[in-house]
Design a protein around this ligand. Sequence first.
Ligand SMILES: [Zn+2]
Length: 66
Amino acid sequence: MGKECKIGRHREDYTYTIYDARGIPLGIVCNKCEAEVKSQFRPDVLTDNNYWSDEPIEADEPEEWF
Ligand SMILES: [Zn+2]
């Protein structure tokens, strides 16, 4: 049994997880609703892994030396 797609209308269809440009899962879709689900996200989320550029990218953790 496959999982229901994110929209939930297509129980009979093969489902798969789609990911954004950073590899973060956006949801489970089937090929009937993949475009619809993706349309709910900003296009740059899907194509540009520098989105959310207002967040600092560098980690602030100090390196540990032994
Ligand atoms: Zn679907």
